[in-house]
Design a protein around this ligand. Structure first.
Ligand SMILES: C[S@@+](CC[C@H](N)C(=O)[O-])C[C@H]1O[C@@H](n2cnc3c(N)ncnc32)[C@H](O)[C@@H]1O
Length: 322
């Protein structure tokens, strides 16, 4: 299935695109957002796209004739490194559309979906790191139950973890179908229409790719990467990610706390590095009808202020520094 970009108009508006601006799309996917950004940039505008999936990078080749466009196969946690050549003075907007793309889900050989039988892989970059099968081959019941509970919000985490480890001890778990059947047999029947393996697959995918670590790593870098008035747009697809984004924006939109005993005039209070823009945005009924993937998307926006940023993730700590 082709990948339909979610909340496209909201993202374009939220980025407040300047024709001569420099932008980063940290999750190129199939380039739905990237193409629309390029269409609004003038000849002096530039777009750098990142993705760590080699298939996404291959798909980006069709845009490479456009001199305003560059693409690199890098995880977005390495944003600072990616910007060193592209825009050492910072960028005017950063987009992250988190999670996986429709082509990734639809290709059985990627192992992301319980709907198709394929190898239990789930890596965004299948050439690096540990696949889901390799992870499951060694994990303990306790560690797996924690992952299923924390990353999948799975109520039956312990039961599923025990069933997986018992099955693995009888012979390797190598296919998505094997795993989906195992989970279905381990848990009580749930709501019709929702596959009982949904949460297990989500948790394993997040674990295998270190997705929350990626987000934790990129967020503070964004503060150093955005120029004053530069915009941040992040689309999350589950509450764990959205909570991180929401808390990050809230924390950095508050004026830094003044240490007790330090007299600071009201007009000398330091600016926070971000200004939150509006509330979280969700797709409307028309978009969800056209693109069911948009159902769980949440977009949050923020603008970089002119406040200096010394690179620590904690503005209060910066003030306390000698
Ligand atoms: C939801 S899709 C993006 C779709 C894209 N906006 C479009 O319109 O086609 C997410 C993409 O981000 C990539 N991705 C996920 N985590 C990443 C990370 N930490 N670094 C780089 N790319 C990542 C995935 O490989 C996938 O291609």
């Amino acid at each position: 299935m082709e990948h339909l970009p979610v909340l496209l108009e909201e993202v374009l508006e939220g980025l407040a695109l300047r024709p001569d601006g420099y932008y980063v799309d940290g999750t190129f996917g199939r380039g739905g957002h990237s193409r629309a950004i390029l269409a609004r940039l003038g000849p002096a505008g530039r777009l750098l796209a990142l993705d760590w999936d080699p298939q996404a990078i291959a798909a980006a080749a069709s845009l490479c004739a456009d001199a305003r466009f560059q693409v690199r196969q890098l995880p977005f946690a390495r944003l600072r490194e990616a910007l060193a050549d592209f825009a050492p003075d910072g960028v005017d907007g950063i987009l992250l559309d988190l999670g996986i793309s429709s082509p990734q889900i639809d290709q059985p050989e990627r192992g992301f979906s319980f709907r198709h039988d394929g190898p239990l892989d789930m890596r965004m970059d299948p050439t690096a790191g540990q696949s889901a099968a390799e992870y499951l081959a060694h994990v303990s019941v306790e560690a797996l139950a924690t992952v299923l509970r924390d990353l999948g919000e799975e109520r039956h985490a312990l039961r599923i973890a025990r069933a997986i480890v018992a099955a693995r001890d009888q012979g390797a778990l190598t296919s998505t179908r094997q795993l989906a059947v195992l989970v279905a047999e381990a848990v009580p029947k749930g709501k019709p229409g929702i596959d009982p393996a949904t949460r297990t697959f989500q948790a394993l995918r997040i674990q295998v790719n270190g997705e929350l670590d990626q987000l934790d790593a990129v967020l503070p870098q964004v503060l150093g990467a955005l120029r004053p008035a530069g915009r941040l747009a992040i689309i999350s697809f589950h509450s764990l990610e959205d909570r991180k984004v929401k808390q990050f924006i809230a924390r950095h939109s508050r004026p830094p706390e003044i240490p007790a005993g330090l007299a600071v005039r009201e007009d000398e209070r330091p600016l926070p590095p971000l200004r939150a823009i509006g509330r979280a945005m969700m797709a409307g009924a028309t978009e969800v009808a056209r693109n069911p993937r948009a159902r769980s998307a949440v977009l949050r926006l923020a603008e970089r202020t002119a406040a200096a940023w010394a690179g620590t993730a904690d503005p209060a700590a910066r003030m306390r520094a000698p």
